[in-house]
Write a protein that binds this ligand. Structure first.
Ligand SMILES: [Zn+2]
Length: 162
């Protein structure tokens, strides 16, 4: 394979679509900044169609799904535990050096926007307002993120990986 083409399909440009059993893995991939489409309502046919249309790599634990997705790229996730799943995907697609935390909405996969503290301060608890100064907002679902928020616990489980 041409070297440039290979680089393009890995790392920062890579886009995933995950099957219905991999919701937790999707959240962790988003936390790391990777475009990871997931819905509990996608059926196999939709997953394959979207993967082909948008050039996404299918992540699944379902051998049959991959078998019927002959024209799409896919990876069969082996572990049932999300931390091991994440390590598998990191290794397979060489993701480590492309990680960008605090970049993508964990809930809906949208890229976050910088937001001025003044504009959202009324939505913050006093402690959050006191200790944090940098905030981002999801333009799709309106969630507010800061380095100490939902990220903390999830980040801890990333430590062995990063
Ligand atoms: Zn969102």
């Amino acid at each position: 394979m041409h070297k440039l083409a290979r680089m393009k399909e890995q790392g920062s440009e890579i886009r995933f679509i995950l099957d219905v059993h991999l919701g937790r893995l999707a959240k962790y991939l988003r936390l790391c900044g990777f475009d990871s489409l997931f819905s509990a309502f996608f059926d196999d046919r939709e997953i394959i169609e979207i993967a082909m249309r948008e050039g996404r790599v299918i992540l699944t634990r379902d051998r049959l799904l991959l078998k019927s997705a002959t024209k799409a790229k896919g990876y069969l996730v082996k572990s049932q535990y999300h931390d091991e799943q994440l390590r598998e995907v990191f290794d397979r697609f060489e993701l480590k050096r492309h990680v960008k935390l605090f970049r993508r909405c964990i809930a809906c996969n949208t890229l976050l926007e910088e937001v001025r503290k003044d504009d959202i301060e009324h939505r913050l608890q006093a402690d959050t307002s006191r200790y944090f100064s940098k905030f981002r907002r999801c333009p799709t679902c309106d969630r507010i993120y800061w380095e100490g928020s939902h990220y903390d616990n999830m980040k801890k489980s990333l430590e062995p990986l990063l």
